[in-house]
Design a protein around this ligand. Structure first.
Ligand code: HMG
Length: 398
């Protein structure tokens, strides 16, 4: 290790543990009960609640989008943690608001962060959140006094009346990545998998995703088992060393299927109760794409006792496709009843919409060719105010 003129370490690697210091889940203003959607589509509600494992889906108000969801979650997180050491904001999304400008710089401005904080957006379908966490860990490994704000935020949209429709949703998770983390120390070794597959994608001229549902489930399975095998090849922990695995959950039954695939593959038996604990928030959010895995982690930490010192797995899948199996050790004092209560309250506070109101919001898309002011609806810290001269404008609500 060498030192610079201020005596600070200039080593290029660190043996300090790095991971999640704290996290915060952000919900949309509205919610749609999937029982109502089932009734409107002439489907047995049990198909949604039991068959795919979702009870509700988040619906964004006219003055919300991924930037407001992400910035609002990040503001609450930074209120607890402060911003000391924060030098990077990484914004992971696949429903970004601009083809060039990143959501990260807009969030950076809304949060009033200093100009000496780098800001960038990452995309690879639902996998970008995990890619952002790994990027953040790399930054902190080089300079352990730095912290990175990772925001995973998405609004999942399929066409009205399509089979993907009940697997929509909206939400965000903000994570602070730091050395000697208070919640989860992430292991340096992980298992990765990439394969070019057309299972789910969104062309530049489409506001809704295109999907081959059956292919997407088999592509997810291939990525899960491929990432698992790579984890083993890299010397990562075996299945007996894991207390639980949290999965990317576009619908919570996908996590049940994933665990079955993994058990069959490894010959182990991961705890099925952990699946239910890790699904508590995703059942109510719907698919939050890049945020879904981290909402699953938040739910597990909030609902499972005795995790101190235990190692858990985190499987991220992004269509197209990329998968990664991360593992990490839960830290003492991880249980935060106040954070869990605030998350429950935020989900409970969402304002229900009828199917007609949801359809109207779903079809309401603003172009960039005329100036528009959005109605004031959300009570979150930040709102999307409208479009001026083609640019999207944001503001604080208070
Ligand atoms: P579908 O054709 O509407 O549904 O598509 P189904 O007929 O396959 O039924 C679904 C389940 O409900 C089945 O259970 C049925 O038996 C059951 P399973 O056999 O799977 O265990 N069912 C019932 N259960 C109780 N009572 C009833 C009843 N009727 C049926 N009355 C599908 C479902 C998920 C494919 C569709 O919604 C879809 O295409 N969703 C979007 C794609 C998706 O989420 N894929 C997941 C893997 S890809 C991924 O995770 C990435 C993604 O997040 C995007 C990204 O990375 O960016 C999507």
């Amino acid at each position: 290790m060498t030192s610079n003129r201020t005596g600070e370490s200039t080593s290029t690697s660190s043996s300090a543990s790095i991971g999640i210091e704290d996290l915060e889940l952000g919900a949309s203003h509205h919610v749609l009960d999937l029982g109502r959607l089932a009734e409107a589509r002439g489907v047995d509600p049990a198909k949604y609640t039991r068959g795919i494992g979702l009870d509700e889906m988040g619906v964004v108000a006219a003055d919300e989008d991924v930037v407001t969801l992400g910035a609002s979650a990040a503001a609450r997180l930074l209120e607890r943690t402060g911003t000391e050491g924060l030098r990077t904001v990484l914004f992971a999304t696949e429903s970004g608001v601009d083809q060039s400008k990143s959501g990260a710089v807009i969030v950076h401005g809304l949060l009033g962060l200093p100009s000496s904080v780098r800001s960038v957006e990452l995309k690879q379908a639902c996998y970008a959140g995990a890619a952002a966490v790994q990027t953040a860990i790399g930054i902190v490994a080089r300079r352990p006094q730095e912290k990175v704000l990772v925001i995973a935020a998405d609004v999942a949209r399929y066409g009205l009346g399509t089979s993907g429709e009940p697997t929509q949703g909206a939400g965000a998770v903000a994570l602070l990545i730091a050395a000697d983390p208070a919640l989860l120390a992430i292991d340096p070794v992980s298992g990765v998998y990439s394969a070019d597959v057309d299972d789910f994608w969104r062309p530049n001229d489409s506001t809704t995703a295109l999907v081959n549902g059956r292919l997407s489930i088999s592509a997810y399975k291939n990525a899960l088992l491929g990432a698992w095998d790579d984890l083993q090849a890299q010397g990562g922990p075996g299945v007996d060393e894991l207390e639980a695995v949290v999965y990317h959950q576009p619908f919570t039954k996908m996590a049940v299927k994933a665990q079955r695939f993994l058990d069959q593959h490894t010959g182990g038996r991961l705890d099925p109760e952990a699946l239910e604990q890790g699904a508590v928030y995703d059942r109510r959010l719907g698919n939050t794409y890049t945020a879904s895995l981290w909402a699953g982690l938040a739910a597990l930490l909030d609902h499972r006792e005795g995790l101190e010192g235990r190692r858990i797995g985190l499987f991220s899948y992004g269509s197209g496709s990329a998968g990664e199996m991360l593992t990490g050790t839960v830290q003492p004092g991880y249980a935060r009843p106040e954070r869990a209560a605030a998350t429950r309250a935020a989900l409970d506070a969402r304002v229900p919409v009828t199917v007609e109101e949801y359809e109207e919001l779903h079809e309401r898309l603003l172009g960039s060719d005329e100036d528009v002011e959005t109605p004031r609806v959300t009570t979150a810290p930040f709102r999307f105010a409208g479009v001026q001269e083609g640019a999207r404008k944001y503001e604080a609500t208070a």
